[in-house]
Ligand binder design. Structure first.
Ligand code: FES
Ligand code: FE2
Length: 331
């Protein structure tokens, strides 16, 4: 079994929404590392957060044309982490130790993604609808939950909790049975589809109506989920939830939706109702034990309705053990 950090370092994880990253450098945390994220003329840069000179916090620094300038003594670092200027001794050679650890970084789908390993093990998720101009997007504030990334994804993918946890939002307490569903393998993940008799958000004083919703779940390993909602009453939309692991027991989730750009009222309705839905999930997720996403199947009981989560967990365990995701788990 590889360490959590070793297993997930070779994947892309978001560390910021692109819209959060303006001219100031931004602090980030990923898999136990403290990072600083900033914009350069050649794209986003991500390096270690603390200066190679005397450990000052580079988030307090300034971004200039040359790079990121430390606020303590003005040492300036380029995108690759190498120091390009030491103001106290101009003209002298810059020692090789004057460098920050730097990481692969890219901006896509409105997120800044980082890969901590020298080579990414998998590409970013394929979400072409976010790049062909066919939809608008609306983000939620980051979900800063005391939940492991794997558990978070399992909450998002859980088909059996809707009628229980989401009573009062969209869950339908009348629908307790989970009918059998298929789980399909995708090149980078899994897909499943269910039809759920959700309760549509109430309009005015009218009682909530049952809204037969086709829900398509997709997950890209390790922690990126996309849920497509095709209701009959409410608006068609897609939710993206990408859990970014701070440690084995804690993540932040980057959560946003895409929708038809003509639906001008969608963002307000979505943000309000989704925050209420997610608060229901947070209460459950933060209470789960063990906090770390289990790396075997023995400590919990499993039933047919959990199939999507079981297949997902099988994939995550394969990553932890360094096996190909498609290989069946022994036992
Ligand atoms: S601590 Fe950053 S330049 Fe000295
Ligand atoms: Fe939920």
């Amino acid at each position: 079994m590889r360490s959590y950090e070793e297993a997930f370092s070779p994947y892309w994880h978001p560390v910021a929404f692109a819209h959060e990253l303006k001219e100031r450098p931004l602090a980030a945390r990923l898999l136990g590392r403290e990072l600083v994220v900033w914009r350069t003329g050649a794209g986003v840069a991500v390096t270690q957060r603390y200066c190679a000179h005397r450990g000052a916090d580079l988030c307090a620094g300034e971004v200039s044309g040359e790079g990121l300038r430390c606020a303590f003594h003005g040492w300036t670092y380029g995108r690759d982490g190498r120091c390009v200027r030491i103001p106290s001794q101009p003209g002298a050679p810059i020692p090789p130790s004057a460098a920050l650890a730097s990481f692969h970084a890219t901006e896509r789908y409105g997120l800044v993604w980082v890969c901590l390993a020298p080579e990414p093990a998998a590409p970013l998720p394929e979400w072409p609808e976010l790049e062909d101009g066919s939809c608008a997007t609306v983000p939620l504030p980051r979900l800063d939950w005391d939940v492991s990334a794997g558990r978070m994804v399992e909450i998002v993918l859980d088909v059996a909790h809707l009628s229980w946890v989401h009573e009062g939002t969209f869950g339908n307490p009348e629908q307790q049975e989970v009918l059998p569903y298929e789980v399909e393998r995708l090149p980078q993940g899994l897909r499943a589809q269910i039809v759920y008799p959700a309760l549509a958000p109430p309009m005015g004083a009218a009682p909530p109506k049952v809204d037969k919703t086709t829900l398509t779940y997709e997950v890209s390993f390790p922690f990126a989920a996309r849920l497509h909602f095709k209701p009959t009453l409410f608006f068609k939309h897609t939710v993206y939830a990408v859990a970014s692991p701070w440690s084995e027991e804690k993540m932040q989730c980057f959560y946003f939706a895409s929708y038809h750009p003509n639906l001008r009222m969608f963002p307000d309705i979505f943000v309000k109702s989704e925050l209420a839905i997610l608060e229901q999930d947070r209460l459950v997720g933060e209470g789960q034990r063990p906090k770390a996403h289990p790396v075997d199947f023995s400590g919990e009981a499993h039933v047919r309705a959990d199939r999507l989560n079981l297949e997902y967990r099988r994939g995550v365990i394969a990553i932890r053990t360094g096996r190909p995701i498609d290989a069946p788990t022994p036992g």
